[in-house]
Design a protein around this ligand. Structure first.
Ligand code: INS
Ligand code: FE2
Ligand code: FE2
Length: 309
């Protein structure tokens, strides 16, 4: 007679332990693949075709200003919204705190536009700074890496959502470049039907310089304005901060009809910064407590103890 097997309580415990072990291993593999995959190929970064729905939905919302029925062109990335955001920035008081406090405040934010990291922002800032330091780059550049995304604090200062804080930037006030990711999502943005804003030069003159164009409002533009009067960072560092999300320009070569000689010079700095920002996302997470004394020392060299944000 074939022996029949009955499952005992002890068997169930063993099975459950085995399942737990498998899950632990699966999680380790997941972590290794998603957060510090040292072997991630450069071509695998910024793969927006393969990006998850969260990223696609983010850009659709940011670019597509039409929101029926209460339609207003001050919504989403338009000229009207941009002017309003800049006026708000200049006229409103937000917070007073140190650079390190700002980094800690950001710790809860997970960037919806980013297909390459799901780590918190303090981790991303430290990874960027550490990669720059490892390459023996100057202190001011390490600091630029450490602070470059602090503009995402806008999220705590009455932003409309993530669409006016994160994501790549582009010029508003002239034709939306087809070098912007998901260019088709601009079809319902009212500026793409505006008789002036939809033309090659729009409100700008040939080679007027990036200082004179309005970049879409977000963490880069905001932080540049915060730091330009409250730090001793050199011009290159300020350019790295201001243009690091301007991929249509620094990676795709768009907007050369608007740039001038000064921009050609700063482009080199922005390009030198980009690999540290992007590819350090697959490095192992940093030990925040261990690195803190070193970076607080650097912060003290370039910033006052408290800043107006
Ligand atoms: O999703 C990312 C993220 O928001 C970055 O902070 C920004 O600099 C990049 O340009 C963007 O693509
Ligand atoms: Fe950024
Ligand atoms: Fe970044």
């Amino acid at each position: 007679m074939p022996s029949t097997s009955t499952t005992t309580g002890r068997d169930l415990d063993l099975i459950s332990d085995a399942i737990d072990e498998v899950n632990v291993i699966k999680n380790r593999i997941w972590d290794a693949e998603t957060t510090f995959d040292e072997f991630k190929d450069k071509a695998q970064f910024r793969d927006y075709d393969a990006a998850c729905d969260r990223v696609k939905a983010f850009y659709k919302e940011q670019h597509d200003a039409h929101r029926a029925p209460a339609y207003s062109s001050a919504e989403k990335q338009t000229v009207e919204f941009n002017i309003k955001a800049r006026v708000d920035f200049k006229t409103k008081k937000r917070a007073r705190m140190s650079v390190w406090e700002a980094m800690e405040k950001l710790n809860t934010l997970i960037d919806e536009s980013d297909p390459d990291t799901s780590l918190s922002q303090i981790e991303h800032l430290l990874q960027t700074a550490e990669a720059i330091r490892r390459d023996g780059k100057p202190e001011w550049m390490q600091v630029a890496g450490l602070v470059h995304d602090l503009g995402k604090l806008l999220l705590f200062f009455g932003s409309q959502g993530q669409w006016d804080v994160v994501g790549d930037t582009f010029v508003v006030g002239c034709k939306f470049s087809d070098k912007i990711i998901y260019p088709d999502t601009f079809v319902t943005n009212p500026d793409s039907r505006d008789s002036v804003y939809s033309t090659e030069y729009g409100i700008y003159t040939p080679n007027c310089g990036l200082d004179n164009v309005m970049l879409s409002w977000g963490h880069d533009e905001y932080l540049y304005h915060v730091f330009k009067d409250q730090s001793t960072l050199p011009e290159e560092a300020l350019a790295m901060i201001r243009y690091h999300s301007f991929y249509p320009w620094h990676r795709e070569g768009a907007y050369t009809h608007l740039t001038n000689e000064k921009d050609i010079k700063i482009l080199a700095a922005v390009r030198a910064f980009n690999p540290y920002d992007l590819y350090s996302k697959s490095d192992a997470p940093c030990n925040v407590a261990e690195l803190r004394p070193y970076y607080q020392g650097l912060i003290a060299k370039f910033f006052p103890p408290l800043l107006d944000w």
